[in-house]
Design a protein around this ligand. Structure first.
Ligand SMILES: [Zn+2]
Length: 115
């Protein structure tokens, strides 16, 4: 993945974006090949970061490993969404990115997870 300095935008069709991204969370996957609802062909990606100590608990049947934030984005059309507070699921532990206070740009998340 090559990411340039172009503009990133919140999804135009937020309802469609949420349907696909919510399904990724439910299916416990961090990539959705060709599944972007905005451009129709881009790959959606998901990355988390943990703020504070790791700990384990179960929330609606899903084991969590901490609280933090997450990003969802499509490199192709540069749509993205950022959630500043979230439980971080254990299934995404391998995709948790390093804390770097102040970044909201999905390019940073992409760089940190080596996407
Ligand atoms: Zn897209």
């Amino acid at each position: 993945m090559t990411l340039d300095n172009g503009t990133w935008n919140w999804p135009d069709d937020h309802a469609a974006w949420r349907r696909v991204c919510n399904a990724m969370h439910e299916e416990q996957t961090v990539t959705h090949e060709g599944g972007c609802p905005i451009c129709g062909t881009g790959t959606l990606q998901l990355a988390f970061t943990i703020d504070g100590p790791e700990r384990r608990w179960v929330e609606r049947g899903v084991t969590m490993c901490g609280t933090g934030r997450y990003w969802e984005w499509c490199e192709q059309c540069r749509s993205y969404e950022y959630y500043c507070r979230s439980s971080v699921p254990e299934w995404a532990r391998a995709h948790v990115v390093t804390e770097n206070e102040g970044w909201r740009d999905p390019r940073q998340a992409a760089r940190l997870i080596g996407a």
